[in-house]
Design a protein around this ligand. Structure first.
Ligand SMILES: [Zn+2]
Length: 194
């Protein structure tokens, strides 16, 4: 059991990775298909509303080994520049500490990119209620976009809990959809060999 004591914002907080039960939840997923609040140029967006629950108190730098595990599972996240505007920018944010909604956004984009749908627009913003966020990212195919949202959530949750996660099932499920123009087979095969 991985047991840690953390000090966050001046208060003492403790958790066991194996007993976090109310970790995070998806409140709803909307497929946007036209003019929207988030972007003038991008009509096709997935909008996920999440509640971070306990993870509101635990940004990435407070979860032991989180960045290393994320990087190992999805090394191509190095290409995400994020607000730093340089390669590796997003991973720097993870190292410094960012909230899990932001991580879900980038993972959802990367899963689609690995599936041959190169997506790059994402935003994560608070809904105004503590712990609740809108995670928004673009999609090429609706079905794949919704799948990416759920898979990204599952993946991030597994890393927080310290559970093993492989991309094999996600790769198979993306591949099953006849609407998807081309699963990035070479990159997928590389990832499966890790
Ligand atoms: Zn970002």
């Amino acid at each position: 059991m991985n047991f840690c004591y953390l000090t966050i914002w001046g208060s003492s907080y403790s958790f066991t990775q194996t007993t976090l039960r109310f970790l995070m939840k998806i409140l709803d997923i909307k497929v946007l298909r036209g003019p929207n609040y988030w972007s003038i140029r991008r009509p096709k967006l997935i909008q996920v509303k999440i509640d971070l629950e306990e993870m509101e108190e635990l940004p990435t730098n407070k979860v032991p080994g989180f960045k290393e595990k994320l990087e190992k599972l999805l090394p191509t996240l190095y290409d995400h520049r994020c607000s730093e505007k340089v390669p590796g920018g997003f991973l720097s944010r993870v190292e410094e500490g960012t909230w899990m909604g932001h991580v879900i956004e980038h993972v959802a984009l990367e899963l689609q990119t690995l599936a041959g749908m190169d997506m790059g627009f994402g935003r994560t913003r608070t809904t105004g209620k503590k712990g609740e966020y809108f995670v928004v990212f673009d999609y090429m195919e609706e079905e794949a976009g919704v799948y990416a949202a759920k898979a990204a959530f599952r993946l991030v949750e597994a890393l927080i809990k310290g559970e093993a996660y492989t991309l094999d099932e996600d790769i198979r499920n993306f591949g099953k959809s006849g609407k998807i123009p081309g699963w990035g087979l070479q990159r997928a095969a590389l990832l499966m060999k890790q």
